[in-house]
Design a protein around this ligand. Structure first.
Ligand code: ZN
Ligand code: ZN
Length: 379
């Protein structure tokens, strides 16, 4: 069998490549997938630099990566929906399926979640990945494997916008124009929002946002949250405030401004993760009777909708990809993301050419050639 080369974090800022045993199917409902493309997430970089996120601490060497697409190589006896050769987007978190959260339809809140590249569990920057078949989503013919690797962050955006209950004709403000913020803006447009305002502190990011999904942009100023909110509302002509405000930044000043931008009776959703505790304008929340919701990962139907939005041409995820690097250059890709030089960078392989199963009908040929990393200076 082909290589099961894996990209492993040993301790902060120390990574190695090693061959790991190829996983075997443990349930008749499992499939084995050869990993073709993996995107790098902020959380991967955070583990690489700091070795921990909150109470998740990397104690033993851990394979990184969780934004992957690949090709099915074998299926268990109970699998009826997939076969070898199918191209799939991988949903990388596996809930227990038995607890109250799981049975209640919010499996993303399962306390026993096994999530890729979240200690102690290994991630998907590896040769072969074993997964339950129902967490592998077959890509339609017009969706490439590269796009497949971007379904994970898009599903995050889908979940956030669902939490915001965005309706046609509404105005939505998105704090932060990183990958998830950009995708939230695109999903909000797809949900029918007619005014979508991207907000950031980096002008280049806003320039990209404007050409991507935002109808308006606003460059945050170093002034009070109230002043920023006032200027934002004026700049985007939001009248009495935005119907929904999404924070995709996790930054305290953005969150504070968000509560002053949302209209009376509007909705505020926290998607970004930054400091665990902040100063929060709770009086604005109360007086305006704002509905506030959290958003964590993705749940039932989110992957399906994310794929549908890409297949239907409603969300363009390809535009976010600055380049594709070969598996051996994975660390280089992490450096680029850390430096903020790219929006999304994909790591190819290590099995980009498994038994001719790779779909070369779309744009995969170019990807297999692993062009050099580009930089649009958008992040
Ligand atoms: Zn991610
Ligand atoms: Zn559960």
């Amino acid at each position: 069998m082909a290589s099961n080369l894996s990209f492993i974090l040993n301790k902060p800022n120390s990574v190695t490549f090693a061959e790991r045993p190829v996983p075997t199917l443990t349930s008749p409902h499992d499939v084995l997938v050869a990993i073709n493309y993996t995107g790098i997430c902020g959380s991967d970089v955070h583990y690489w630099v700091h070795g921990a996120i909150g109470h998740f601490v990397v104690k033993d060497p851990m394979v990184l990566g969780h934004e992957s697409a690949g090709t099915v190589v074998s299926v268990g006896s109970g699998v009826t929906t997939l076969k070898a050769g199918d191209r799939v987007a991988l949903e990388p978190g596996y809930p227990c399926r038995r607890c109250e959260a799981c049975l209640g339809g919010t499996y993303n809140l399962c306390p026993d979640m096994v999530f890729a590249a979240t200690p102690p569990y290994d991630g998907t920057l590896t040769g072969f990945w074993r997964a339950p078949a129902d967490f592998c989503y077959k890509l339609p013919p017009n969706v490439s494997l590269q796009e497949g690797a971007l379904i994970e962050p898009l599903a995050v955006g889908v979940h956030i916008v669902k939490q915001a209950r965005v309706k046609p004709g509404q105005s939505v403000v998105v704090m932060g124009a990183g990958p998830v913020g950009l995708l939230c803006a695109a999903v909000a447009r797809a949900f029918g929002a007619t005014k979508v305002v991207s907000v950031d502190i980096v002008p280049e990011k806003l320039e990209f946002a404007k050409g991507y999904a935002a109808t308006h942009t606003y460059l945050s100023q170093r002034v009070s949250a109230e002043e920023n909110a006032k200027a934002l509302i004026a700049a985007a002509d939001l009248g009495a405030g935005a119907d929904a405000v999404i924070d995709a930044s996790g930054a305290e000043p953005s969150i504070q401004a968000a509560l002053h931008v949302v209209r009376t009776g509007g909705t505020y959703v926290q998607g970004g993760m930054g400091k665990a505790d902040i100063t929060f304008p709770i009086m604005a929340l109360c007086l305006k009777e704002v509905t506030a919701r959290g958003s964590f990962r993705y749940g039932s139907g989110d992957y399906k909708l994310a794929i549908e939005l890409v297949a239907a041409g409603r969300v363009d995820v390809k535009k976010l990809v600055d380049g594709v690097v070969a598996f051996k250059d994975a660390e280089e890709a992490f450096k680029k993301v850390k430096e903020g030089k790219v929006i999304k960078i994909l790591i190819a392989g290590p099995n980009e050419k498994v038994e001719g199963a790779l779909d070369t009908t779309v744009d995969e040929k170019a990807a297999a050639a692993a062009p050099a990393v580009g930089s649009t200076g958008c992040c």
